[in-house]
Write a protein that binds this ligand. Sequence first.
Ligand SMILES: Cc1ncc(COP(=O)(O)O)c(C=O)c1O
Length: 371
Amino acid sequence: MPAASVYLDHNATSPLRPEAFDAMVEALRVGGNPSAVHGVGRKARGLVDRARRQVANRIGSLPAEVIFTSGGTEANNMALAGTGRRRVLISSIEHESVQRAVPEADIVPVDGDGVIDLAALERKLAASDEPALVSVMFANNETGVLQPMAEVVRLARRAGALVHCDAVQAAGKVPVDLHGVGVDYLALAAHKLGGPTGVGALVVRAGAPFASNRFGGGQETNRRAGTENLSGIVGFGAAAEAAGGLDSTLRDRAEAALLAIGPGARVFGARARRLPNTTYISIPGVAAETQVMALDLAGVCVSAGSACSSGKVHRSAVLAAMGVEDAAAGSAIRISFGWNSQSGDIDRLIAAWRDLYIRVSKSDIADAKAA
Ligand SMILES: Cc1ncc(COP(=O)(O)O)c(C=O)c1O
C-alpha cells in the first residue's frame, strides 16, 4: 500500500483541524438561522457568538470588531472599498485580492529580501496632504517574510493615514495583535489556520471609519449582509482557538538539508524575519513545475509559488518585486509546514528531492556527453 501523501502546502490551505471538524459537526446538527428568534435560532446565534470570541481572542480584538466574511479575498476587498479613502498606498508584494481591488494604488517597493522600503513609504506619504489608506500584509504568502507592521503604523499615523493589514498568512502561525500593532483593518481566512475554506473575517477597529458595500438583511450589525455560514464560522472559531502558533524546527531542518543537496540553492527572504513554517527555495536548473510534479509522484505536496485558480504556474510577481532574476524565479518552490507536520515528512521530502536531483544531474551529464 502506498504511504499517505506528505502535505507541505499549508500556505495554500491547511488541513482541517480535528477541533474544527468536531465543532462543525455540532453546528450542522444544530442548523437553523442565527437571526431567528426561536430556540434553534438562538442556539445557532450562541455558536456564532462563541466563534466571534474565539477569533477575537486569537488576534487581540474585541468580539464586536469581527465581521465574518466568505474568506480573505472578501475581507480585503471590503476593507479597501469601505474606508472612504481614495488615496491608497500598497506594498509591491500584496496578494491579488488587495492589488486588484485598488488598481490605481501607489506602489511602495520592497528590498531584495521582500521587506517593505519604509523610507519610500514615508516619502510617498509626505508627497500629498490627501488623507491616505496604507495596505501592507503581515506576512507574505510565498516567502513568509514578515513586514515591520509597527513601523508601518507609526509612519502612517504620523501622516494621518489609516492602515489595512492582510494577516491571512500570519494569524495562527505567529502572534497577531490588532490593538497592540494598532492597525485599523485586518483580514483573516479560516483555511490558512486549520479551519474550513470559504470563511474568514474582516476585523475593523472600533472607531475606524467603515461603510459596507454589502446590502441585505443587516447581518453582522449591518456590515456584511447575508445569512451566516454557520458551520464555517463555528469551524473557524474552533480552529482559531486551537491555532496557538508554529515553531521553525521542521522548516529549519528541511531548509538546511535542501541547501546542502543542491549546490547553488537559495532561500528567498532568508535574511528577513519570516513565518516559522515557510521556505521558498530555488534550485537552479530544474523548473519549478518539474520539481512540483516529481515531488508529487513521490507523494510529497508542495507548490510552485502561489496557487491560482487555473492550476497554472505563473512567474512570481513577489520574486519580480524583490528583483530576483527570471532563471532563479523559474525554479522556486514553496514548502509550507503546518499543525500536523511531522519529522518523518521532512525525511520523505529530502529523499524525494535528492532522487530528483540525482536524476537531473545524470541527465545533464548524459546531455553533455551527447553534445
Ligand atoms: C496573503 C493572502 N491574502 C489573501 C488570500 C485570499 O484568501 P481566500 O482564498 O480565503 O479568499 C490569500 C490566499 O491565498 C493569501 O495568501
